[in-house]
Write a protein that binds this ligand. Structure first.
Ligand code: V47
Length: 382
């Protein structure tokens, strides 16, 4: 295509977006073409983002808990996992887990993000017990836990249905599910990077079941490894299709691949330009998902700030104890203070708003930071 043809094609996409139309597979692939101006794609995504979320930049106060890194799977992109007998392998004790809950409470966290490996020897009750113990001790903290890959494993371990497992975990204290484990759905890619774990159909089935019993979930896409634009856009369309059915996804998080210490360490990390383009294309394709998260831990602070002008409206939380990205070479700090996170949103020209996991506005006692309550639902326009 020459420049005039590119501009004509882009104009027809812009008209479609501005009139509330939907983009298809070919549109998404076109927007990924490096010859199509990144700034034009970003500007359109920013327009869409402001239609949906105004000028707000969301964040939360959260912590991560990775109770074990021992995992039966050997995903080629993962630097966090460990074999059972590897000296690096660990599984946290109840005391360690409760201490993390206490720390989260003392820091005013509204959320614990809990994911880990599928341990060869620890049964379903160990995983369920983590939620139960934390919820009993710290009932106000929202437990966003276990990806679809873990739920698939629990289904295998318990021989119960997905909905039975999810219902049981909810009784134990599960508040919602994170979006991990999605990677790239297309089998041409999935078979190369994580052939054994839950496939696309299973991942979608589990999120659909969660939505049907009233649990909100997030969704992700791991990009910048062996996939092509076609696979990324196909992935986004599969998520959009499920969202049309259930409306249960809250936020989409594009995850940039970090190659260090993985079986794919020969690959180059995606560039900041690729990161911004992916944020923007995601915002445009996923017209029915309320939020796009620029996860600062993974993008780096500067790119996360820029992403707030390329379609993202959320940068995740203060975060503490993140291991999955730091094991894979992330050089971002381990945690940001509330002042730092608010400042970086302000610097990006957005209004910082603290939210809880299900996007309700959080209000804090000005004299006692750890005393908080949730207010009205935050309004979005999807
Ligand atoms: O599923 C693993 C990815 C995911 C690497 O729901 C890697 O709010 C890059 O899903 N390089 C887990 N990515 C993290 C995740 C997440 C993060 C933040 C917020 C939420 C949310 C979810 O991390 C895995 C995989 O896709 N991952 N290893 C790596 N080397």
């Amino acid at each position: 295509m020459n420049q005039i043809q590119i501009q004509d094609r882009f104009k027809s996409i812009r008209d479609k977006v501005e009139q509330g139309g939907r983009l298809g597979l070919d549109d998404g692939i076109f927007l990924y073409d490096p010859e199509v101006s990144l700034h034009a794609v970003g500007e359109l995504a920013n327009w869409k983002r402001e239609q949906i979320n105004g000028n707000v930049g969301y964040y939360n106060i959260n912590t991560h808990l990775n109770p074990t890194n021992v995992c039966v799977y050997r995903c080629r992109f993962c630097a966090f996992r460990s074999d059972l007998r590897d000296p690096k392998g660990y599984a946290m004790s109840d005391e360690q887990i409760i201490a993390r809950g206490q720390e989260a409470h003392d820091n005013g966290c509204t959320e614990m993000h809990i994911v880990g490996g599928l341990h060869h020897k620890l049964g379903y009750d160990w995983y369920r017990g983590i939620l139960e113990k934390l919820h009993a001790a710290f009932p106000k903290i929202h437990l966003k836990g276990w990806t679809a890959v873990e739920i698939d494993w629990f289904e295998f371990l318990t021989k119960k249905s997905i909905k039975e497992v999810l219902g049981d975990l909810r009784q134990a204290g599960l508040g919602s599910m994170p979006g991990g484990g999605a990677e790239i759905f297309h089998p041409e890619v999935r078979d190369q990077i994580c052939e054994h774990k839950a496939n696309a159909t299973k991942w979608i089935e589990i999120h659909q079941a969660a939505h049907e019993i009233g649990l909100k979930t997030n969704c992700t896409m791991l990009y910048g490894h062996v996939e092509q634009a076609y696979h990324r856009v196909d992935h986004l369309l599969r998520l959009r299709e499920l969202q049309d059915k259930t409306g249960g996804f809250q936020t989409f998080i594009p995850l940039a691949f970090h190659p260090e210490n993985t079986k794919l360490s020969h690959l180059k990390k995606p560039s900041a330009l690729m990161d911004l383009r992916t944020v923007a294309v995601s915002r445009l394709m996923l017209d029915n998902v309320p939020h796009i998260k620029a996860y600062w831990i993974m993008l780096g602070i500067g790119t996360a700030q820029a992403a707030l002008a390329y379609g993202a409206d959320d940068i995740d939380g203060t975060v503490r104890h993140e291991l999955i990205y730091h094991d894979a070479g992330a050089t971002t700090p381990e945690c940001l203070s509330v002042d730092q996170i608010r400042q970086l949103i302000l610097e990006a020209g957005r209004e910082p708003v603290e939210r809880d996991t299900i996007y309700r506005k959080v209000h804090r006692d000005p004299d006692q930071f750890t005393q908080w309550y949730v207010g009205e639902d935050v309004l979005v326009n999807v």
